[in-house]
Ligand binder design. Structure first.
Ligand SMILES: Nc1ncnc2c1ncn2[C@@H]1O[C@H](COP(=O)(O)OP(=O)(O)OP(=O)(O)O)[C@@H](O)[C@H]1O
Ligand SMILES: [Mg+2]
Length: 330
C-alpha cells in the first residue's frame, strides 16, 4: 500500500527559470493489489509524483509511506534498500543494449550482490513469466517494443518490489502491444499483490486496467476515486471522460428526448418508475453501454411522450436524480 500525505514539491528558482511548485498538497492512497491511474495534462506533475514515491525526488514537505514504512523519514542508507522495493518502468525502456534480455534482468540483482546462480534462476523465471522464455539470450535491438517493455518489467520485478511505478509505459507502443502490456501489468499486480501506479495521458488505458484514478492539474489533485465511483458522480471532471461520449440527440417526433447516465442494471427500473409514477411512454432511442471498473454504465437517450404536465414531471424527476445530461423538450 502507498500513502502520500500532503506532498508538496517545489523546484527552486535557477538563473534561467523561476521556482516551480510541481506538486501542491497531494494526498492519495493506493491499496495493495490495486492499479491506480494518474492522469492530467502535460506538466501537471505526474512524473514528479512517481519520482516522489520512490524518493528519486525528495518532497519539499509531506510524507510517503510504503507498506507501513515512512520513506521520507529514512536516512539515505535506509532509503537505498527501501527503493529496491519499488520497481519502475518508463516510456523509453532504458535497457542496456550491450546485454542480453537475461543479463538485463540480472543487472539489479548483480548490483544488490545476489550470487550468480540465484540471479540466473530468478531472471529466467521472470522472463518466462512475462512470456519471453524463448528470448533469454536476445539483445534489445532484436526485440520489438512490446518485448523490450516485457524485459523492462521483468527487470523491475527482479528485486521483488512491493510497488510498481509505470510512467507512460505504453506510450511508445502500438495498440496491440499496448493491450498486451496492460494486461500483463494487471495480471502481475494481482498475482504478486503489487501496489501499482500507472501514469498515462490516455483515458482508454485507465478504463482498461485501473481500479482507481487520480486527476492532477497544476500539481493538485482535482478528482480521485474508484473508477465506478467517479463514473457515477455527475459533477466529476473524470466522469465525462470515462463514460461513452455524448451523441447528438435524435428527433423523436412529439416526444421529449433526454440523455441520462445510468449505473449497473438500473435502466429497467428507471424506465418502469417513470412509466408508473408519471404515466408517460418511455422509449430508448439511442446510447451506449460500457463497463467501467467492473460496473456497467450507460449513456442512454430516452424519448418521453405523453400529456405535457406528466412529461414535465418525468423530466423533473430525472433532473432531480442528477441523471439528465442534456435534453430537448418540446
Ligand atoms: N528537475 C526539475 N527542475 C525544475 N522543474 C522541474 C523539474 N522536474 C519537473 N519540473 C517541472 O515540474 C512540473 C511538473 O513536471 P512533470 O514532469 O512532473 O509533469 P508531467 O505531468 O509528468 O508532464 P508530461 O505529461 O509532459 O510528462 C513542470 O512544470 C516541470 O517543468
Ligand atoms: Mg511525465
Amino acid at each position: 500500500m502507498i500513502t502520500l500525505s500532503h506532498i508538496t514539491k517545489t523546484f527552486p528558482a535557477s538563473r534561467r527559470s523561476p521556482a516551480v511548485t510541481a506538486l501542491d498538497d497531494v494526498s492519495l492512497t493506493v491499496a495493495r493489489g490495486q492499479v491506480m491511474g494518474v492522469v492530467g495534462p502535460s506538466g501537471s506533475g505526474k512524473s514528479t509524483l512517481a519520482r516522489c514515491i520512490n524518493l528519486l525526488e525528495r518532497p519539499t514537505s509531506g510524507t510517503v509511506t510504503v507498506d507501513g514504512e515512512e520513506l521520507t523519514a529514512l536516512p539515505e542508507q535506509g532509503l537505498r534498500s527501501a527503493r529496491r522495493r519499488i520497481g519502475m518502468i518508463f516510456q523509453q525502456f532504458n535497457l542496456l543494449d550491450s546485454r542480453t534480455a537475461l543479463a538485463n534482468v540480472e543487472h539489479p540483482l548483480e548490483l544488490a550482490g545476489v550470487g550468480r546462480a540465484e540471479r540466473r534462476a530468478r531472471a529466467t523465471e521472470l522472463l518466462e513469466r512475462v512470456g519471453l522464455a524463448d528470448k533469454l539470450h536476445t539483445h534489445p535491438a532484436q526485440l520489438s517494443g512490446g518485448q523490450q517493455q516485457r524485459v523492462a518489467i521483468a527487470r523491475a520485478l527482479a528485486p521483488r518490489p512491493r510497488v510498481l511505478l509505470c510512467d507512460e509505459a505504453t506510450s511508445a507502443l502500438d495498440p496491440v502491444s499496448t493491450d498486451s502490456i496492460l494486461a500483463l501489468i494487471r495480471q502481475l499486480t494481482e498475482e504478486l499483490e503489487l501496489t501499482t501506479v500507472l501514469i498515462t495521458h490516455e483515458m482508454p488505458v485507465v478504463k482498461r486496467v485501473c481500479d482507481a484514478v487520480t486527476l492532477l492539474e497544476h500539481g493538485r489533485v482535482v478528482d480521485a476515486g474508484l473508477l465506478s465511483e467517479v463514473a457515477a458522480r455527475p459533477d466529476s471532471p473524470l466522469a465525462t471522460r470515462l463514460l461513452p461520449p455524448a451523441e447528438r440527440l435524435p428527433d423523436a417526433g412529439t416526444a421529449s428526448v433526454v440523455e441520462v447516465t445510468v449505473g449497473d442494471g438500473t435502466t429497467g427500473s428507471l424506465i418502469s418508475e417513470l412509466v408508473r409514477r408519471y404515466g408517460v411512454d418511455v422509449d430508448v432511442v439511442g446510447g451506449a453501454v460500457e463497463s467501467i471498473g467492473g460496473t456497467r454504465f450507460g449513456r442512454l437517450q430516452l424519448a418521453v411522450d405523453g400529456p405535457a404536465d406528466q412529461v414535465r414531471g418525468a423530466l423533473d424527476h430525472l433532473a432531480l436524480a442528477h441523471l439528465e445530461l442534456q435534453g430537448s423538450t418540446r
